[in-house]
Ligand binder design. Structure first.
Ligand SMILES: Cc1cc2nc3c(=O)[nH]c(=O)nc-3n(C[C@H](O)[C@H](O)[C@H](O)COP(=O)(O)OP(=O)(O)OC[C@H]3O[C@@H](n4cnc5c(N)ncnc54)[C@H](O)[C@@H]3O)c2cc1C
Length: 436
C-alpha cells in the first residue's frame, strides 16, 4: 500500500465518493485516496435509505439553504448521470398529504418553500381530495401537494458508478481500512489504519457520515457539538400492494422540528413498496443490531451527558417522541397504522418482511438544539462535513462541488483546472448555478 498522499477523503459513502469524482477530473497530478472501513462503497447510510431524489419543498429556505439548493440541482444532475450510464432513475413524483385543516396550512407553507427553493409552478401543485382521488383512488386525505419533480433511484448503484469513474481517473479506493487514530506528525497527518498501519497525508477531508463528529473531535474540531443516532426501520409489503399507488406518499409531519419521524408509503425504483422509516434512538451509527447498541450504550450516554445533548435527553417532548418511536420498533402494527391513516387498504397482518434499516446521525449544538443544516468546519489542513443528513444523497453531486469550491477559496487546490469537464458537466458552470 502506498503510504503518502496529497489528500485523503475519509468515507466511501455517496458524499466522499462524489467529492473524489470531481477532484479526479480537476487535478490528475495529485495523489488522492478514499479510505473506507467496509469492503465496498455505500455500505452504511448511502446504501440504506429511502432512495428518493427529493424535491426541495420540505426545507425552510432560510434554515436549510445548503440542503435545499443542493437537492434542487442534484435532481437534474442525477437524472442526467443516470441516463448517460443507463442507471435506475424514475421521475415518478411524490405526494405529500394533509389529514386535517392544520395539515393543509403546512402544505401551503411547503408549496411556498418549494417555489422559493427553485421549483416551477408546474413542478408542484396543491390539490383537493377530489382531484387526487382521480389519479390515486386508494389515498385518503383532505388535500395533497403533488410534486412532479421528484424521483426514485438506487443510491448504492449510483455511488458504485461514481466510484468507477473516479478510479478510472486515478483516485485510489482503499477498502477494509478503518481509521483508528489521526495525529499531526510535522506538517503531515499521520493516520493509523486498523490499529497499526500508518499512512500520511497533507490534507484530509472528513466525510465519515455517522463517525464524522468523532473524527472531528479527534482532530480538535467541533468540540461544542455532539450527535444522536436514530435507526430508520422499514417493512416490505407483499406484491399485491405494489400497485396500490403510482407514487410514494408522505404525510405532513406531526412535529415539524423532527420531519423524519413520520413513516411514508414508499414506491421504490424497482416498483416494490415499503413502509418506513421510523426513527428509533440508538447508541451507535452502526447500531443495526442489539449487540452493537449494548456495547456503545454507556460511552454514548456519558458523552451525551457531558454535552449539549444533556438538555435534549431531559426534554419532555423528546422523551415522549423517543418512547413512541421505540414502540413503533417493537410493534410493527403501531408503525404500519401511521401509514394506514392515509392508505386504509393496508393490513399489518399481511406485512411480515423487514426491510434494510439505515441510521441517521443528527448533530446537537451546545444549547441542546438539533442543527437543521449541514455543518462545514475548517480545521488545520482539514475540512469536516457534519450533519450530512437527508436529502444528502439527492444533493451529493452539487454539494461536493460546493465543498471543493470552499476548499479552493481557502487556497487548497488552487492550481486546478476549474474549467474542467467533469463527466457531463463543466465544473465552473455547476458553481455558477449553485451561486445564482
Ligand atoms: C433512513 C434514512 C433514509 C434516507 N432517505 C433519503 C432519501 O430518500 N433521499 C436522500 O437524498 N437522502 C436520504 N437519506 C440521507 C442520505 O442517505 C445521507 O445524507 C447520505 O447517504 C450520507 O452520505 P455520507 O456519504 O455522508 O455517509 P455514509 O453513507 O454513512 O458514508 C460514510 C462512510 O464513512 C465510512 N467511515 C466512517 N468512519 C470511518 C473510519 N473511521 N474509517 C474508515 N471509514 C469510515 C463508513 O463506513 C461509511 O461508509 C436518508 C437517510 C436515512 C438514515
Amino acid at each position: 500500500m502506498k503510504d503518502n498522499f496529497d489528500l485523503i477523503i475519509i468515507g466511501g459513502g455517496i458524499l466522499g465518493t462524489s467529492i473524489s469524482y470531481f477532484l479526479s477530473f480537476l487535478n490528475k497530478s495529485k495523489n488522492i485516496a478514499v479510505i473506507e472501513q467496509e469492503n465496498s462503497v455505500a455500505q452504511h447510510t448511502s446504501g440504506r435509505n429511502t432512495g428518493k431524489v427529493h424535491a426541495p419543498y420540505l426545507y425552510n429556505p432560510e434554515k436549510k439553504k445548503l440542503f435545499a439548493n443542493s437537492a434542487f440541482h442534484g435532481y437534474e444532475m442525477w437524472k442526467e448521470y443516470s441516463k448517460l450510464h443507463n442507471l435506475p432513475f424514475k421521475e415518478d413524483g411524490v405526494i405529500e398529504v394533509a389529514l386535517d385543516e392544520k395539515g393543509i396550512k403546512v402544505l401551503e407553507k411547503y408549496l411556498k418553500w418549494g417555489i422559493e427553493n427553485g421549483l416551477e409552478e408546474t413542478d408542484i401543485k396543491l390539490i383537493d381530495k377530489k382531484e387526487l382521488k382521480k389519479s390515486e383512488p386508494e389515498i385518503k386525505c383532505e388535500a395533497a401537494l403533488y410534486v412532479h419533480r421528484d424521483g426514485s433511484t438506487d443510491y448504492s448503484t449510483l455511488t458504485n458508478s461514481i466510484m468507477n469513474d473516479s478510479k478510472k481517473n486515478g483516485i485510489n479506493f482503499l477498502f477494509n481500512k478503518k481509521i483508528t487514530q489521526i495525529k499531526k506528525n510535522n506538517d503531515k497527518w499521520e493516520i493509523t489504519i486498523n490499529g497499526d498501519n500508518k499512512i500520511f497525508t497533507n490534507f484530509l477531508i472528513n466525510a465519515a457520515g455517522g463517525q464524522a463528529i468523532n473524527i472531528a473531535h479527534n482532530m480538535g474540531v467541533g468540540k461544542n457539538l455532539t450527535d444522536v443516532h436514530f435507526r430508520g426501520e422499514y417493512w416490505k409489503t407483499p406484491k399485491k400492494y405494489h400497485n396500490l399507488t403510482k407514487t410514494s406518499v408522505y404525510s405532513v409531519p406531526e412535529f415539524p422540528d423532527y420531519p423524519f419521524l413520520d413513516p411514508h408509503w414508499i414506491v421504490r425504483v424497482d416498483g416494490s413498496c415499503e413502509i418506513g422509516p421510523n426513527a428509533v434512538p440508538v447508541f451507535s451509527p452502526y447500531g443495526y443490531e442489539i449487540t452493537e447498541n449494548i456495547k456503545k450504550f454507556i460511552p454514548k450516554i456519558l458523552e451525551m451527558l457531558g454535552s449539549g445533548a444533556r438538555k435534549t435527553i431531559f426534554d419532555k417532548q423528546f422523551q415522549e417522541l423517543a418512547f413512541s418511536e421505540i414502540q413503533s420498533s417493537i410493534s410493527k402494527t403501531v408503525m404500519i397504522k401511521r401509514v394506514k391513516q392515509f392508505i386504509p387498504k393496508i393490513n399489518p397482518k399481511e406485512i411480515t418482511v423487514k426491510g434494510t434499516s439505515g441510521i441517521r446521525s443528527s448533530v446537537i449544538d451546545e444549547y441542546g438544539k438539533f442543527v437543521p443544516d449541514v455543518i462545514l468546519l475548517q480545521g488545520n489542513s482539514s475540512f469536516h462535513i457534519l450533519n450530512y443528513n437527508s436529502p444528502g444523497a439527492t444533493g451529493a453531486l452539487p454539494f461536493s462541488v460546493h465543498v471543493i469550491n470552499q476548499l479552493q477559496k481557502m487556497g487548497m487546490f488552487e492550481n486546478e483546472d476549474t474549467n474542467a469537464q467533469c463527466g457531463p458537466w463543466k465544473f465552473n458552470e455547476i458553481i455558477e448555478k449553485l451561486e445564482k
